[in-house]
Design a protein around this ligand. Structure first.
Ligand code: FES
Ligand code: FES
Length: 171
């Protein structure tokens, strides 16, 4: 089988990789780049554990073949936190006990990020629909939905604080 050369930007870092065309984005992330935070559950697009952002859109990495990722930007769970600080979604998941075994959590967080990127203030129903592609066998979902609502509030406070001009200090 022919070997392909593909270029991907993962969590802000550019990589050129040699790969067989039938390998999946999930394989490239976990086996070539050692980004094992992205999990494989079903391997057939059913569970969402492998959710990553591909050019900003939530996708199942087990369903994307290497040539489809060529030239694209990918964000995985390893790229979600900022320098030295958790992303508000990660913090909210901890605060709300929104995981148990944690196997679905990277996929949940990435799907939640994709949702809040386009809908910063989603209703409970919109969160339910936004996360519908990721299955959790442990939590019962309520804490996950509450965590996403909490993170949405925090992110909107951060956004409004950064868009408000600072008052000049008066003495
Ligand atoms: S491992 Fe990709 S959807 Fe289940
Ligand atoms: S926390 Fe176990 S599958 Fe979701």
């Amino acid at each position: 089988m022919e070997i392909l050369s593909i270029a991907v930007k993962v969590n802000g870092q550019s990589h050129r990789l040699q790969t067989f065309p039938n390998r999946r984005l999930l394989d490239i992330l976990r086996e070539d780049l050692f980004l094992t935070g992205t999990k494989e559950g079903c391997g057939i697009g059913e569970c969402g554990a492998c959710t990553v952002l591909l050019d900003g859109e939530a996708v199942n990495a087990c369903l994307i073949l290497a040539p489809q990722a060529d030239g694209k930007e990918i964000l995985t769970i390893e790229g979600l936190a900022g320098e030295g600080s958790l992303h508000p979604l990660q913090k909210a998941f901890i605060d709300h006990f929104a995981f148990q075994c944690g196997f679905c959590t990277p996929g949940m967080l990435m799907a939640a990020k994709a949702l809040l990127d386009v809908n910063p203030s989603p209703s409970r129903e919109e969160i339910r629909q936004g996360l519908a592609g990721v299955l959790c066998r442990c939590t019962g979902y309520t804490q996950i939905f509450e965590a996403v609502e909490d993170a949405a509030r925090v992110l909107s406070k951060i956004a409004s604080a950064s868009s408000t001009p600072r008052k000049e200090e008066s003495r």
